[in-house]
Design a protein around this ligand. Structure first.
Ligand code: PGA
Length: 256
């Protein structure tokens, strides 16, 4: 039942060409010092403009995989400003982050659109990293678990058990993102346990035991060890602390 941990860096709208190169070079140097057999799966999600460069820099580095921060589920055509799965696959992108609260809130992405993206990603043989999480108001009014259950149920609609088992979920309480205030590790563990129960109900205990569920929200080198010690937490989706090679490598070490 061992699930391989994941450390994923979500760069968001950060890093120009020079910064992206410095960061990827720094991560590659850092991980060259680590025992490959103990390493988590390491994923970086650059901006679209930095994808080509990241792809080129890591092409001989199997220990790092690429993720995109978004995708349009349509195959091609008149979608100004959008990028397709074919284009991402061309750059060896393996994962796509979907349902991030920033996209749900700022770009009005619905559960249905997120589900459409998840299905398209899986159909192309890529893996969705499906984000979910509650606002502070939802947490304070006691609806965290039902809210997340609804997000996950809708995101996984019409997805086969086999595809669900390959998918990755990221639990990211919105009040913990970019605030420096990480969710208490035990509470994150409890909530992720609830997500696993939702997956068990939708599919089976076997699928729930296989699916990897990450925690995200102000993960730092100082929090990662306690977070990784929780049995339900399979890794981290990290924004701010993934932007410097030193701290990202510390996070990778924290998951070893
Ligand atoms: P943060 O972002 O680590 O900066 O809080 C996490 C995320 O939004 O994925």
């Amino acid at each position: 039942m061992a699930r391989r941990p994941i450390i994923a860096g979500n760069w968001k709208m950060n890093n120009n060409k020079a910064q992206a190169k410095e960061l990827v070079d720094g991560i590659m140097y850092g991980i060259s010092q680590l025992d490959a057999s103990k390493m988590p799966e390491v994923i970086i999600a650059p901006t679209y403009t930095a994808l080509w460069q990241a792809y080129d820099l890591i092409k001989n580095e199997p220990k790092i995989a690429l993720a995109a921060q978004n995708v349009n589920p349509n195959p091609s055509g008149a979608y100004t400003g959008e990028v397709s799965l074919d284009m991402l696959a061309d750059f060896n992108v393996k994962f796509v982050i979907i349902g991030h609260s920033e996209r749900r809130q700022m770009f009005n992405e619905s559960d249905e659109f997120i589900n459409e993206k998840a299905k398209a990603i899986l159909a192309k043989g890529l893996i969705p990293i499906i984000c979910c999480g509650e606002t502070l108001e939802q947490r304070e009014s006691g609806v965290t678990d039902t809210h997340i259950a609804s997000q996950i149920t809708k995101a996984l609609k019409d997805i086969s058990a086999e595809d669900a088992a390959k998918s990755v979920i990221a639990y990211e309480p919105i009040w913990a993102i970019g605030t420096g205030k990480s969710c208490d590790a035990k509470e994150a563990n409890r909530t992720i346990g609830e997500i696993r129960k939702v997956v068990a109900k939708l599919y089976s205990q076997d699928i729930a035991d296989k699916i990897r569920i990450l925690y995200g929200g102000s993960v730092k080198p100082s929090t990662i060890v306690e977070q990784m010690a929780q049995p339900e937490i399979d890794g981290g989706l990290i924004g701010g602390a993934s932007l410097k090679a030193d701290s990202f490598v510390e996070l990778i070490k924290g998951a070893m």
